[in-house]
Design a protein around this ligand. Structure first.
Ligand SMILES: [Zn+2]
Length: 115
């Protein structure tokens, strides 16, 4: 049996729109469906941003020749480093939100307000 695409823990024979989903994850509540989609999408986007920031940081640091970079270079490294840190933090937060939802069923407040 395939694993549930959402919790990746339960085997399932059930499919929703071609995606394997276990009974636990196949929640009929519209709010929970919307929250689940938003959380998975949020994580996907956060991972994408973190990858882009990692590439941007690598590109900037690889252009620096050996020796001490001048002030402008230092500032660009700082900026790229700051963006990378922020993107990684967002990714960890997105992971955390999704885990809380999958393990405890917690719907984040900002997603409840979307209606
Ligand atoms: Zn599941």
């Amino acid at each position: 049996m395939p694993l549930c695409a959402f919790c990746k823990v339960e085997d399932t024979m059930l499919y929703e729109s071609g995606v394997p989903v276990c009974l636990k994850c196949s929640d009929p509540s519209p709010e929970r469906r919307r929250a689940r989609i938003a959380l998975f999408r949020g994580l996907h986007e956060a991972v994408h941003r973190a990858e882009a920031a990692t590439e941007a940081f690598a590109a900037i640091t690889s252009r620096i020749p050996s020796g001490i970079p001048h002030a402008d270079g230092v500032q660009r490294i700082r900026n790229a480093s700051h963006e990378l840190t922020a993107a990684r933090n967002e990714m960890m937060e997105a992971h955390h939100r999704l885990n809380e939802f999958l393990e405890r069923g917690t719907v984040p407040e900002d997603l409840k307000r979307i209606g």
